[in-house]
Design a protein around this ligand. Structure first.
Ligand code: SF4
Length: 315
């Protein structure tokens, strides 16, 4: 059967994987364009570069919006921008083919462990994020009851957690412990883990940063398997990053919290990160998180006293 002129013009030139160029006999497309194969190869590579830059721009924009929402969630009202960094945003983005190659080679599963202890042993030696392996003190796997009905999932270890090897032990962690105790439970009766098992590195040795989307994707198989083995009845996702990591979608936590979601058949309650209360100490802020916990207690058929129902209500 004959080939139409249109089909011949659209036929793709052969891509040479070894030298990442387009080669082969002169195609109808290059003939139509009146250019050489070499010139076409350069054009094609430039188009790929531009598409990568557009993708990077969207990732950067999305990361900036995420960061600002997290800061707002933590009670920040102003953003101070370094002029040098602002100027850097206007510089052309460089292609990062080596990064892409690194990401695509990351395993998307974890070894098939049958017990949490086995999974923990494997996770403690994980080296999937080389930049975090060099900066971490230890992997922060998780803590609590292996048969817990209720699991809390946060963002990532901070400096305190990295030092102690246990999630939620810093100031925000102490608030979480108080919330758990106010529910009538102890840390030993629930399970606490993070989306990321290693502390995100920071240029300076102090301060914490949220994990990147790439880091979360790399680490998430550990958490998924951890949840499979614990098999909780209910998960509380603490803060925007944890919600997004579990549900794999972007959310505005101020609107999303308090609304029931489902993670692989398990009921999930999104709420604010306890760090939110370090900056927002009003009764109204405390009540919002507490109302989410009351909903959790009801769903788990836990006893709730009148005193518990009335916590953080205006008098
Ligand atoms: S963050 Fe997760 S995937 Fe990355 S090195 Fe640590 S344990 Fe491994």
């Amino acid at each position: 059967m004959g080939c139409s002129n249109e089909n011949r013009l659209l036929r793709k030139p052969k891509h040479n994987k070894e030298n990442n160029s387009f080669s082969g006999p002169k195609s109808p497309l290059t003939a139509f364009l009146g250019i050489t194969q070499d010139k076409f190869s350069v054009w094609a590579q430039n188009i790929v570069l531009i598409l990568r830059q557009v993708n990077s721009y969207h990732q950067l924009l999305s990361a900036t919006v995420d960061h600002l929402e997290r800061e707002q969630e933590r009670g920040q009202r102003r953003v101070i921008v370094d002029p040098a960094k602002l100027n850097a945003l206007f510089q052309p983005l460089a292609a990062t083919p080596s990064q892409s190659a690194e990401t695509s080679s990351v395993p998307t599963t974890v070894p098939n462990s049958n017990t949490l202890a086995e999974l923990r042993e494997q996770a403690l030696t994980c080296t999937r994020c080389p930049h975090l392996v060099t900066s971490r003190k230890q992997v922060v796997f998780g803590v609590g009851s292996e048969t817990a009905d209720l699991m809390f999932v946060g963002e990532a270890p901070g400096a305190d957690e990295d030092a102690q090897g246990e999630p939620f032990v810093g100031k925000a962690g102490q608030l979480l412990t108080k919330i758990i105790q106010t529910m009538g439970l102890s840390r030993d009766e629930v399970y606490i883990a993070n989306i990321l098992k290693c502390r995100p590195d920071t240029p300076q040795r102090s301060g914490n940063r949220p994990p990147t989307a790439e880091e979360m994707t790399t680490c998430s198989p550990w958490l998924h398997r951890q949840i499979d083995l614990i098999n909780p009845k209910l998960i509380v996702a603490l803060g925007k990053t944890a919600v997004e990591g579990l549900l794999e979608q972007q959310v505005a936590i101020t609107r999303f919290r308090g609304t029931w979601q489902t993670y692989r058949g398990i009921s999930l309650m999104p709420t604010f990160h306890p760090a939110y209360l370090l900056h927002q100490q009003s009764l109204a802020s405390k009540r919002k998180i507490w109302e989410d916990m009351l909903a959790v207690m009801e769903k788990l058929s836990m006893p709730i006293s009148d005193k518990q129902r009335g916590f953080f209500l205006p008098r």
